[in-house]
Design a protein around this ligand. Structure first.
Ligand code: C2E
Ligand code: CA
Ligand code: CA
Length: 509
């Protein structure tokens, strides 16, 4: 994955991680506010309706009580009964009696002036007649009264009682009280005391009982309060989720951009390639093969030196994949060359892990199987570090040799106990480290060591390869000392496959 694409994905993940939790949050808070509003409104409407029913039931029971008294209408006993009931029944303002169109007496006594009886507007199924919003001009009140009527008796109820369900401040308005038949009753007779018409965005609910219907309204402002309260909880939550997803996106990016991440990506994308440094037979000057050296060309044209990323690969467990990649590259790049010339070989650098665990064995088998390349054409180089687990190393090296591969000890002379290992391990070749070659014919203190190392190789019947040969002078010295092979800038740097094939063709003749 290219870095730009990775960035784009991270940005996308962050945006999605921010928006995706946010949208449901807003929706959920809206739904929660809505259902909270609905619930509260329902509950309030039912309470109001209960109250209205109670007021009415109180008046109705007063009416039935007075209608059932045995006294003659407007007799002193009857009038005192009317007064007593009026005082006892909380809803009742007054009780009157009139068989015809006028009121003859009420709880205060016989009427001394002419008071017209209210016209019955609704006949209830239970026989009670109702007059709504009654306000006689000569009754001494501007309250609107509800009148319940039965057998000439009238019970007067202050209609405001229908509206004063809860005095405590609440966000709701009782926007309508009606009979079941739909006739509205008012809190007061004055028009301006009629409920305000609903506004857009208000929520309202209607509840209906046996005799009454009530509509309760909640202004939008309360809904906004709910919404805000919900968001106050949900928004930080979704912000946290968004932050988390952004952070994980950045973490992925950081991992991708870490050295290990970059190497893993390079391996995945096949960015690592093999270059081939020719190995020369000192006696003849002929090229006998090459060492495969890994190269990591970067997008900006630079190269990351293997000395920088091979240790990283070893530490982070990616080294096995580097080895596999190199093996595959050899088969791809030089398969034809190796098939055409069975004496040609390519040397591959193994890591300590490849050797001690033996994982290289099945890999080699798989890669070479059916490739037409002989095992003896693949040489394997290992440094002394690979031999720390002597038993593991011996098992692997023995098997490699059994199959026909040749094994070389790399950077020989730089480890402290080289001789010990070499004596006890199945090794065919010894690569003298460049530092001992550079020292030849110089004043460097190591210059005296070089002949010993060469002698040791002869003693152990190993073929010797000199690394880092840069001058004809060094080559001459090595040749005189009986060293078999050499590689170094004197002959060639590591070459891309195509260039190496050209070099090979020239140096084979
Ligand atoms: P090495 O195995 O000792 O490889 C030889 C190094 O010496 C190479 O460096 C090569 O380019 C360099 N060299 C060759 N001739 C001359 C010369 O005449 N003069 C000088 N100054 N240098 C010369 P390179 O390619 O940078 O590799 C460095 C090290 O990285 C290698 O040392 C090896 O330890 C490791 N390495 C390279 N490729 C691989 C690989 O595919 N797998 C593993 N495990 N390690 C590798
Ligand atoms: Ca090497
Ligand atoms: Ca070396």
């Amino acid at each position: 994955m290219s870095r730009r694409l990775t960035w784009a994905l991270v940005v996308l993940a962050t945006v999605i991680g921010t928006v995706v939790p946010l949208a449901p949050t807003l929706y959920v808070s809206w739904r929660l506010a809505l259902s909270a509003q609905q619930e509260q409104l329902d509950a309030y409407a039912l309470r109001v309706l209960d109250h209205i029913d109670a007021v009415y039931a109180n008046a109705e029971s007063a009416l039935r009580t007075i209608a059932a008294t045995p006294f003659p209408p407007c007799s002193p006993q009857q009038i005192s009964a009317m007064l007593q009931i009026t005082e006892e029944a909380l809803s009742v303002v007054n009780i009157g009696y009139g068989a015809g169109d006028v009121v003859e007496c009420n709880s205060w006594g016989p009427l001394t002036y002419r008071l017209e009886r209210a016209q019955t507007q609704v006949e209830q199924p239970d026989g009670i007649g109702l007059s709504l919003n009654w306000r006689p001009t000569n009754f001494g009140t501007d309250r609107a009264l509800l009148i319940l009527r039965l057998h000439g008796y009238s019970v007067l109820v202050d209609q405001r009682q229908f509206f004063n369900a809860w005095e405590t401040p609440n966000p709701y308005t009782i926007s309508g009280v009606r009979t079941r038949g739909g006739l509205p009753i008012y809190a007061s007779y004055r028009d301006q005391d009629r409920p305000a018409p609903p506004e857009v965005g208000d929520a309202s609910v209607e509840k209906v009982s046996r005799n009454w219907a009530v509509t309760v309204r909640q202004p939008r402002i309360t809904f906004q309060d709910h919404l805000q309260a919900n968001r106050a909880v949900l928004l930080p939550l979704s912000a946290a989720i968004a932050l988390l997803s952004a952070a994980s996106g950045l973490l992925v990016l950081r991992q991708q951009r870490s050295p290990r991440g970059e190497l893993a990506r390079a391996l995945k994308n096949g960015e690592l390639v093999a270059h081939y440094q020719p190995i020369i037979e000192l006696a003849t000057g002929r090229c006998i093969g090459a060492e495969a050296l890994v190269r990591w060309p970067r997008a900006d044209g630079s190269q990351t030196p293997p000395d920088m990323f091979i240790p990283l690969a070893e530490e982070t467990g990616l080294i096995g994949r580097v080895t596999d990649r190199m093996l595959a590259a050899v088969v791809e790049d030089l398969g034809d060359l190796l098939r055409n010339d069975p004496h040609a070989h390519v040397s591959i650098n193994l890591s300590a892990a490849d050797i001690t665990t033996g994982r290289i064995l099945p890999v080699l088998e798989r890669v070479l199987d059916g490739s037409g390349i002989q095992p003896r054409q693949i040489w394997l180089e290992a440094t002394e570090r690979s031999f720390i687990d002597v038993d593991g190393a011996r098992t692997t090296l023995l098997e490699l040799r059994r199959r026909g591969h040749r094994t070389a000890i790399d950077d020989f002379g730089t480890g402290y106990s080289g001789l010990n290992y070499v004596q006890n391990l199945p090794i065919d070749l010894l690569k003298i480290d460049r530092s001992f070659i550079t020292a030849i014919n110089t004043e460097a203190p190591t210059r005296d060591v070089t002949p010993y190392i060469i002698a040791m190789g002869h003693e152990l019947k190993l073929q010797i390869i000199a690394e880092g040969v840069e001058t004809e002078n060094q080559a001459e010295y090595l040749r005189a000392q009986g060293v078999s092979f050499a590689q170094g800038w004197l002959y060639s740097k590591a070459l891309p496959a195509a260039a190496f094939i050209v070099f090979w063709a020239a140096r084979r003749r």
